[in-house]
Design a protein around this ligand. Structure first.
Ligand code: MEV
Length: 440
């Protein structure tokens, strides 16, 4: 393909035209169909276009609902945005299962967020610490105008600490700042405060008479929030008597199920191969809610994985105990989410998701999201220790193949019966269709 300069300056149609010229034949025709995915309402499309640069169309993902989540005795029908088949079905099935067994319980442990000013200082450590202690209040005062609105909402800067990081990198220190951003993700708020601290800190150091000339030259490397928010944590759980778990496929009784389930979670605690897939299952649910509500799934993912490896080994985020005839399954997860600001109020579908959830505040959304993660994990591990995962997956896969082969209603129905007890593969389904009523 050719390179282009000034692509961003082209109009949307010009961008599409230029790209189309780089293709030919059927590919070119298919590419031009990209306009079919523009929103019919110009104003809404403009909102989408403005989220990012060089937007030429929209990329659709299914928006589904996992109904009947009872969380702290309140019922939610949870919007999920995900393309992977079986995820919404599994979440819904788990929600229903726990609805009749006391539902989900969740609590937010804390919602503190943080950021750092990373800087280089070459000089006497004690002098730096005493300079910091004297001027800590001045840092806060200088940033006060930026914090007014957040303080009115009950949040603001919580604390500022000076960290000596010279053990890991020569002359490296940080201002480590904690924040309460209320219902906002608060990225802009945190970054603005940090940049203000950095400037004030550097200016004050330059005038500090107890520093020598070199010590006065603090070099700010960068000021940025951290997406590692281990304090912004929520714990979700389900619990019931073992016999209440009921019976499972293949005649497995509740006791055997509980024992196998507990073992499966223990394996994910100690084996990294299993832990990553186990946590991926949790994130199937978490990401889907995070996306549906317009939150930042990359931030959530990055944090969750660092948290899962916090003791040096990557482990399962969920735990299971079977003790004194009680089955307890719990998820402990950091989730920095917001329900105001950013995409949450700009993206029409994110707004819709929040309405469907009854306009939760950030803490409530953290709890809902964690419960969906736990439900997803329960569904996956339940399948794994009973029927195996493929049975459910293949049902959806079969439907995808049938749609791809343009099967009609009658063929779909016949195929569903046939593949109840036959292995699903593209070739097998194609062959089966060839032998049944012809496709439209
Ligand atoms: C598939 O997207 C997720 C699972 O692999 C999760 C798991 O193995 O626990 C089913």
């Amino acid at each position: 393909m050719k390179t282009i300069s000034g692509f961003s300056k082209l109009s949307k149609n010009e961008k599409i035209e230029w790209l189309a010229q780089q293709l030919s034949g059927q590919e070119q025709e298919d590419f031009l169909n990209i306009k079919d995915f523009w929103h019919s309402d110009e104003q809404t499309q403009k909102v989408m276009d403005d989220f990012s640069e060089n937007t030429i169309s929209n990329f659709y993902f299914p928006f589904g609902i996992a109904p009947n989540f009872s969380i702290n005795d309140k019922v939610y029908h949870v919007p999920m945005v995900i393309e992977e088949s079986s995820v919404v079905a599994a979440a819904s099935k788990s929600a229903k299962f726990w609805l009749s067994r006391g539902g989900f319980k969740a609590k937010v442990v804390d919602s503190t967020k943080a950021g750092q000013v990373h800087f280089i200082y070459q000089g006497d450590k004690e002098k730096l610490f005493s300079f910091f202690n004297i001027n800590k209040i001045n840092l806060k005062n200088a940033a006060a105008p930026l914090a007014v609105n957040m303080e009115k909402r009950g949040g603001g800067i919580k604390d500022i600490s000076l960290r000596d990081k010279t053990d890991s990198l020569e002359n490296y220190y940080q201002l480590d700042v904690t924040f309460d951003t209320c219902d906002a993700m608060g990225a802009n708020f945190i970054n603005s405060i940090l940049e203000s601290f950095a400037q004030t800190f550097q200016d004050m150091a330059a005038q500090h008479t107890f520093f020598n000339e070199q010590e006065q030259q603090i070099q700010i490397i960068m000021s940025i929030l951290t997406n590692y928010t281990p304090e912004c944590r929520v714990v979700a759980s389900v619990e019931c008597d073992v016999e209440q778990l009921g019976e499972f496929s293949g005649g497995m009784d509740a006791f055997e199920f509980a024992q196998k389930f507990e073992r499966a979670v223990q394996i994910a605690k100690v084996d990294v191969n299993r832990a990553v897939t186990h946590n991926k299952g949790i994130l199937n649910g978490i990401d889907a809610v995070v996306l549906a509500t317009g939150n930042d799934f990359r931030a959530v993912e990055a944090c969750v994985h660092a948290y899962a490896a916090r003791d040096g080994q990557y482990r399962s985020l969920s735990s299971c105990t079977v003790k004194d005839n009680k089955f307890k399954f719990e998820l402990d997860i950091p989730l920095a989410l917001g329900t105001v600001g950013g995409l949450t109020s700009l993206h029409p579908m994110a707004k819709t998701s929040l309405s469907v959830l009854g306009h939760p505040d950030a803490k409530e959304l953290m709890m809902i999201t964690a419960c969906v993660g736990l439900a997803q994990n329960f569904g996956a591990v339940r399948s794994l220790v009973t029927t195996g995962i493929q049975k459910g997956h293949m049902k959806m896969h079969l439907l995808n193949i049938l749609n791809q082969l343009e099967a009609n209603e009658e063929q779909i129905s016949l195929a569903k019966d046939r593949f109840e007890d036959h292995a699903v593969s593209f070739a097998a389904v194609r062959e089966f269709l060839a032998q049944t009523a012809p496709a439209r």
